[in-house]
Design a protein around this ligand. Structure first.
Ligand code: SF4
Length: 335
């Protein structure tokens, strides 16, 4: 235990889901000082983590998973689940980051909201044992919701938490968690696994395709990854991908982020229509087609009266549009 304080201290990995919130609350109720840790995905997965941490009175640290996580998702050592979710690698990665934060914060142990048998890839007994071993943290991770179904961890052996007050939840049922949520007055939560875009087939299709043409690193790579969930995603040429806004909010995001994404930005100049950004080597000859796609989703004037603005880090201008791309052609481009 940390020497300065007699109160044991734990880092609670919090996804924003109900289970991790309940796990943190259970341990807090045992008199442990709990600090929430949210590891933010570069894909911008949606989460209620701030609301939930505030609801149980837990201070929250948010850290980015960063570019190393993109490498992991691209080439996981232990493979994918049903979609692009490399859950085993992901858990090992998160435990390693949590261990760094545990040391920085002078905390004694780490807890998670995992429930034995709840998720097919990462929450089966063998997988959980393997994850702890790969992260070099055997016996170090306490899973309060299922702790009684595992061997006692260091936190129990050292008396930082009372094993008899931990739970033995097993499987995919949600009844016990929902009853606890009601008892604790926790109202905002995602379904288990909810919020992780990597478990969604439509997002996974985009990501798989994007990884094939990814040609940037550093900030641009992270920004592009965070933009993949916005807009329509079109494969307009072998190495060129286009994101087209579907509404004002997405247009604004694309408008604000194209520079950081090292993309080319397109916007109708004199007619109503969506904004778009293109990744990859975008030759000038492709501008007409991209403009024609914007016109398809917009309200253009008669042909030859429409102009499109474009801008990249190295050039800027407008061009007159000669065509509107047919819907059937666009359908074939959508990923
Ligand atoms: S569901 Fe997503 S966040 Fe959770 S372990 Fe799998 S890849 Fe990681």
């Amino acid at each position: 235990m940390n020497q300065e304080s007699k109160t044991p201290k734990a880092i609670a990995l919090m996804s924003g889901g109900l289970d991790s919130t309940l796990a943190a609350k259970l341990i807090q109720d045992q008199g442990v000082e709990v600090i929430g840790l949210h590891l933010a995905s570069p894909f911008g997965c949606l989460t209620d983590v701030k609301t939930n941490a505030a609801a149980i009175g837990v201070p929250l640290i948010i850290k980015e998973k960063g570019e190393a996580y993109l490498d992991l998702v691209k080439n996981p050592r232990f493979g994918y689940g049903r979609n692009m979710n490399p859950c085993i690698d992901c858990r090992v990665f998160m435990f390693e980051l949590a261990e760094i934060v545990r040391e920085e914060e002078g905390a004694d142990f780490i807890i998670t909201g995992e429930v034995l048998g709840q998720r097919p890839m990462s929450q089966q007994r063998r997988a959980m044992v393997k994850i702890d071993k790969e992260a070099d943290m055997r016996g170090e991770i306490l899973r309060p919701l299922s702790a009684k179904l595992f061997e006692p961890t260091v936190a129990e052996e050292k008396g930082w938490v009372k094993r008899e007050q931990l739970l033995a939840l097993n499987g995919r049922g949600r009844k016990a968690q929902l009853e606890l949520a009601e008892a604790y007055g926790i109202q905002n939560f995602e379904p288990p696994g909810g919020g992780c875009l990597l478990t969604e087939s439509s997002f996974s299709g985009r990501l798989r395709d994007y990884f094939d043409v990814e040609n940037v690193s550093g900030e641009a790579r992270l920004v592009r990854s965070s933009l993949l969930r916005h807009g329509r995603y079109l494969r307009v040429a072998d190495k060129v991908r286009l994101l087209v806004g579907r509404h004002e909010q997405e247009n604004n995001v694309l408008n604000q982020q194209w520079r950081r994404a090292e993309a080319v930005h397109f916007k109708p100049e004199n007619f109503q229509g969506p904004e778009a950004i293109a990744f990859g080597p975008v030759p000038d000859e492709m501008f007409q087609m991209i403009g024609g796609i914007l016109a398809r989703y917009g309200k253009p004037h008669p042909v030859e009266q429409n102009t499109i603005e474009y801008q990249s880090s190295s050039s800027k201008g407008t061009f007159v549009l000669h065509t509107v791309v047919p819907e059937e052609t666009i359908k074939e481009m959508i990923v």
